[in-house]
Write a protein that binds this ligand. Structure first.
Ligand code: P5A
Length: 442
């Protein structure tokens, strides 16, 4: 993408309404625009990051055996009357009437709707296990929408729903999602810690929140230091091996890790005092096992091996991709701007032409632009005639991991400068060396 043809509306002043660094940087870098409390448009680079995060989430859901669908944002109230949650959900639910005076709502979550899909088609345990997921916008009329997209009213969620014939099967499904979550967050450069959590309005008795430690996190969390050194399972981990999954979950649930609501000070005090971590955390994912809560209320039964009808056992599994954009920035920035981990940066490489119109600079920049684009890298080429300082500041603010700087003097000598945003290192290379190095990055 050539910057001269792009839409990247940067803001110079620090926005006063933004209380935390991720919100400030997202506004300054032209990623989002607020329209009303907790309701945002996603501008080009914000959307690019959101899409990259969503792509990682999809890959890991698919790898774990979940199947993608897409349910609507608007739902009929009648489904929620069946489960009993229409009245119970309270003021967080946005209730709407259509022209025929029918009660509708903007979905805050989809347990009822997916149960309706399930009961329409699935009759036998032979079709199980089944896990259906989608990425869809949700609306929750939060009392205090704040911190930008961290706690929005309209926000993107990946929500998956598992169906099993019995509790043992449902636990295996739960474990697969648990492992998929560890991998998903690690691929985004985040250290996520699964913590025993409260189930709130979703219900059920087994639940984990996936928490990222960050000073600006909304909740207080307590955990064993061991988690900080643990690595997520590799890409070839066998999701069809129930025992292997259970072992990984055991390993991640044995050391102490709890959110404020579930904290047990006495248990915590038994950990060696040098290993006690008390910190703030951001919840980026939340998984639940709630058994037959919805299937009993909504008559979602399947035939078991015993020839009898059984209410299906369910779990639900949420990730907040829009919240993740902010969480990644909280975890990875410096005084100059965002430092995107590999894989989620809006562009992989930035090219700074220090003197557009200079034949040598134009030629070298075009060469890099073509070669890198051809290898499938996402490139932002600053071909504008802004001041050099402004160009450097923009690349750092937006956080492009690799920056190629081509100025008349270097180009005259056949060289360009390569800057690594994340470690700040710079090197001067010949054009060919730089081309070789950067085209072999993918
Ligand atoms: C699980 C999937 C659920 O709704 N039902 C379907 C279950 N869980 S949850 O914990 O309430 O939400 C799942 C994830 O969504 C993100 N999230 C938000 N992101 C931005 N703004 C919000 N107001 C917001 N509320 C929830 C979080 O990442 C949460 O873990």
């Amino acid at each position: 993408m050539r910057l001269s043809q792009y839409f990247l509306p940067l803001i110079k002043e620090t926005p006063k309404e933004a209380e935390i660094v991720s919100h400030r940087l997202m506004l300054r870098a032209g990623m989002i625009k607020q329209h009303s409390a907790g309701i945002y448009s996603w501008l080009p680079i914000g959307l690019k990051v959101l899409n990259k995060i969503s792509a990682i989430v999809r890959e890991e859901q698919n790898r774990a055996g979940a199947v993608e669908i897409l349910m609507p944002t608007l739902q009929p109230a009648d489904l929620w009357r069946e489960s009993g949650r229409y009245d119970a959900y309270g003021a967080e639910m946005l209730r709407i009437k259509d022209r025929h005076d029918r009660d509708m709502l903007y979905g805050p979550t989809n347990e009822e709707m997916v149960t309706d899909i399930f009961r329409s088609y699935v009759r036998s345990y032979k079709s199980l296990p089944l896990n259906l997921y989608h990425l869809q916008w949700k609306f929750r009329d939060e009392v205090r929408p704040r911190f930008g997209v961290m706690r929005g009213r309209e926000f993107l969620m990946k929500d998956a729903y598992s169906f099993d014939i019995d509790e043992a099967g449902a636990r295996a499904s739960y474990n697969r999602m648990f492992v998929a979550y560890l991998r998903t967050f690690e691929r985004m450069g985040l250290k996520s810690i699964p913590m025993q959590a409260d189930t709130g309005p979703i219900g059920g008795d087994l639940s984990h929140e996936f928490i990222i430690l960050a000073d600006t996190g909304e909740s207080e969390v307590f955990c064993d230091k061991k988690f900080l050194d643990m690595k997520a399972p590799p890409a070839d981990v066998d999701f069809s091996d129930d025992e292997a999954m259970a072992d990984i979950v055991k390993q991640y649930t044995t050391p102490y890790a709890r959110t404020e609501e579930m904290h047990d000070a006495e248990m915590f005090s038994k950990i060696d005092s040098g290993s006690q971590v008390t910190a703030r955390g951001i919840e980026v994912g939340h998984i639940f096992y709630f058994g037959t809560k919805y299937s009993e209320a909504m008559n979602a039964n399947v035939m078991g091996p015993d020839g009898k009808e059984h209410p299906v056992h369910m779990g639900s599994y949420g990730i907040g991709p829009s919240r993740l954009v902010a969480a990644i920035i909280e975890a990875s920035h410096d005084e100059n701007g965002i430092r995107w981990p590999k894989g989620v940066a809006p562009f992989d490489v930035g090219i700074i032409n220090m003197k557009p119109g200079n034949e040598g600079c134009d030629e070298v920049c075009n060469k890099f632009y073509k070669a890198l684009t051809a290898t499938g890298q996402d490139v932002l080429y600053d071909d504008t005639d802004k001041r050099a300082g402004e160009k450097f500041a923009m690349m750092d603010l937006v956080g492009l991991p690799i920056q190629i700087i081509a100025g008349p003097r270097g180009v005259g000598e056949g060289t360009v400068e390569i800057k690594n945003r994340n470690d700040g290192s710079r090197e001067t290379l010949s054009v060919d060396e730089a081309l070789n190095k950067l085209t072999s990055l993918t």
